[in-house]
Design a binder for this molecule. Structure first.
Ligand SMILES: O=C[C@H](O)COP(=O)(O)O
Length: 246
């Protein structure tokens, strides 16, 4: 049986300056003691290189599908690797909404991540309207088919299920619902990609110390993609520890 990698991933989004490197150091110190899980911080691009050497895995938050060229303000996979990243988030709902990224864009970005040697953390998730309309599973299956490239393996791809309505709101689905959706996501991955059911599937959306133990105990949850509660070591360390214990 394949053992799926358990990952405590923090997404700092557009937060953090050099003054916050002390938080990275404190988070990394705990992550390094917790060998059962990968502790990953997806930092602003300006901080990735500066966070090298703390012993935590580092990731970008997006990348351009091209390797280089006239793309003002964008960053390539090679640049992220050069800065010290080994992972990159692609298809976060904030990128889908703020930058109009489509499933096809995200698929191309994931392939660009692989070409650069990065592991792609591909995000999927339904909106509140889709959730209320009972469309969650159809939406997720469509996003998997459109944004997860053929060739995805546990070595190059992680999936993050993030209900859009749970991001930054303090709301989460009920714990049994998270398990049920993750099981369906895993089945859809298996139907879409050979061996897809063995990919790590993270849950994201208002994860914090108070709910992490229950969520991380679920059979089909392999960790979390954490926003707000990853910015301070005091908040994120208990989340890492919950995953290590789960
Ligand atoms: O990438 C992280 C997610 O968007 C979750 O953010 P949140 O933990 O602040 O709800």
């Amino acid at each position: 049986m394949t053992t799926r990698t358990r990952i405590a991933a923090g997404n700092w989004k557009m937060n953090g300056t050099a003054a916050d490197l002390a938080e990275v150091e404190a988070i990394a110190a705990t992550g390094a003691r917790t060998s059962e899980v990968v502790t990953l911080l997806c930092l602003p691009a300006t901080l990735i290189d500066r966070a090298r050497g703390y012993g935590v895995s580092l990731g970008g938050q997006t990348l351009h599908a091209a390797t280089s060229g006239a793309h003002t303000g964008d960053i390539s996979g090679q640049m992220l690797v050069d800065a010290g990243a080994t992972y990159v988030i692609v298809g976060h709902s904030e990128r889908r909404t703020d930058h109009g990224e489509s499933d096809a864009d995200i698929c191309a970005q994931a392939e660009a991540a692989w070409a650069a040697g990065l592991t792609a953390v591909i995000c999927i998730g339904e909106t509140e309207a889709q959730y209320r309309a009972g469309e969650t599973l159809d939406v997720l299956r469509g996003q998997i088919e459109g944004s997860v490239p053929q060739g995805a393996t546990p070595g190059n791809t992680v999936i993050a299920y993030e209900p859009v309505w749970a991001i930054g709101t303090g709301l989460t689905p009920e714990v049994p619902e998270i398990q049920s959706v993750h099981a369906e996501v895993r089945a859809a991955l298996g139907a879409h990609v050979h061996g897809g059911e063995t990919l790590s599937v993270l849950y994201g959306g208002s994860v914090k110390a108070a709910n992490a133990v229950g969520i991380f105990a679920l059979d089909d949850v392999d960790g979390g993609l954490v926003g707000g509660a990853s910015l301070k070591a005091a908040d994120f360390v208990p989340v890492i520890e919950a995953l290590a214990a789960g």
